[in-house]
Design a protein around this ligand. Structure first.
Ligand code: ADP
Length: 388
């Protein structure tokens, strides 16, 4: 395909002149040269020559009469556009009514100049070249961006694969270390000196902690690893299941959970149960002095459902509203509240895989409201399995 780019100061302007009248062709070329263009032109006088030139030449601009003997206007225009998608094309023609002019522009002509207004040609050519260069630059930056997005997606996939394999394969040797340090502790407690007891205790604690972290990392890597299993999901029954799973925590804390009418969605049911369970579980865990009161609701906003899970717990300062969703990020010590900082990272991953977003509306001491959106139509980029 002919190359297109605006001519540099040194290189001549490569013009394809589609014109069957030699005198008119000469006038057009003279006009360009008079305006300071150094021109290198090929002329096509009929449809066959036009096809041939388009197949072999590379042009910065095409200047075409609307009428050729064996090739009617639109046909020639279409031929030029098909072969030279990005080359600017200016019609230089004897007469062209308004309706036809609009139609030509619609079909891909950049501009048109009437032959008895040839001095306008240089303005039209310069503008067309400038616009063409802008278009090229835009195209190049779009291509670069698309490449970067693809690279990022690939490196994310590799990273996820790495986290999965590492956490999966580390489990076995770690189990060995944990079991044997525990055995050491059981067998030799009090039989060695005081320091040895302390060291073995630290080793057992470290190994147990590492097991928990690796198990959590594996749980995180597994979310959506097999693709989403979307079915019609009634979110009310999802919340009921999450509450059943949290039965003992609810009873022990005397929590009250109020749930409004929730919608039915095309979603991965298991993931939604995990999502609600994590959010309600946190609302119970991070409670204040009063028994937890948790309200769950949903409202439709544009193309999404926006869910809210609101509690009356200890709240979260606004400056932490982003970091809490990062894996292993916590705001408290394990002595204050148990946990590893995996729950909200999993919630975020689940929601993003469904094409939604999660955010926090909270003020320290005033309870927390977690909100998340799930699109009503489920066309996302994540690979999916459809069932039911
Ligand atoms: P974990 O619960 O294991 O600490 P999460 O990822 O679920 O991990 O939560 C990260 C942090 O966000 C928690 O350590 C806590 O500080 C804060 N947080 C989460 N949910 C709430 C909540 N409902 N109220 C107050 N703080 C919360």
């Amino acid at each position: 395909m002919p190359a297109t780019s605006a001519p540099s100061a040194e290189s001549p302007l490569r013009v394809l002149l589609v014109e069957d009248n030699a005198a008119d062709a000469e006038l057009v070329l003279q006009e360009l040269e008079r305006d300071g263009f150094e021109v290198c032109a090929d002329v096509a006088q009929n449809g066959d020559e036009l096809r041939q030139r388009l197949a072999t030449g590379a042009y910065d601009i095409v200047l075409a009469d609307y009428k050729l003997p064996d090739c009617r206007g639109m046909e020639a225009l279409q031929l030029i556009r098909d072969k030279n998608q990005h080359t600017p094309l200016i019609l230089v023609t004897g007469s062209l009514g308004d309706v036809m002019a609009v139609e030509c522009i619609k079909q891909g002509a950049t501009d048109y100049v009437l032959k008895d207004h040839l001095p306008r040609l240089q303005v039209a050519v310069r503008r067309a070249l400038y616009e063409s260069e802008l278009q090229q630059l835009r195209k190049q930056s779009e291509e670069k961006l698309a490449k970067k997005v693809e690279e990022l997606a690939r490196s994310n996939r590799e990273l996820e694969q790495f986290a999965y394999v590492a956490s999966h394969d580390l489990q076995e040797p770690l189990r060995m270390v944990a079991n044997y340090t525990q055995l050491l502790a059981d067998r030799y407690q009090g039989k060695l000196d005081g320091n040895a007891d302390k060291y073995v205790h630290y080793a057992v604690e470290g190994a147990t902690r590492m097991q928990t972290l690796i198990r959590d990392l594996l749980a995180y890597s597994r979310v959506g690893r097999q693709g989403l299993r979307r079915t019609n999901v009634d979110c009310n029954s999802v919340v009921e299941e999450a509450l059943r799973n949290l039965q003992s925590a609810i009873a022990e804390s005397a929590a009250v959970v109020q749930c409004g009418k929730l919608p039915e969605l095309q979603a991965d049911r298991l993931q939604l149960v995990q999502l609600f369970q994590n959010l309600i579980g946190n609302a119970i865990k991070f409670r204040g002095p009063e028994p937890p009161v948790i309200s769950i609701s949903a409202r439709q906003k544009e193309e999404s459902w926006v869910f809210s899970v609101e509690d009356n717990g200890i709240g979260i300062a606004p400056e932490h509203s982003e970091t809490i969703f990062v894996i292993f990020q916590r705001l408290h010590t394990r002595q204050e509240y148990p946990g590893n900082g995996i729950g909200l990272a999993i919630c975020k991953k689940i929601i993003e895989q469904h094409g939604g977003k999660i955010w926090l509306k909270s003020e320290s001491g005033n309870g927390s409201t977690f909100q998340f959106s799930l699109p009503i139509s489920h066309l996302t980029g994540v690979s999916e399995r459809h069932e039911g």
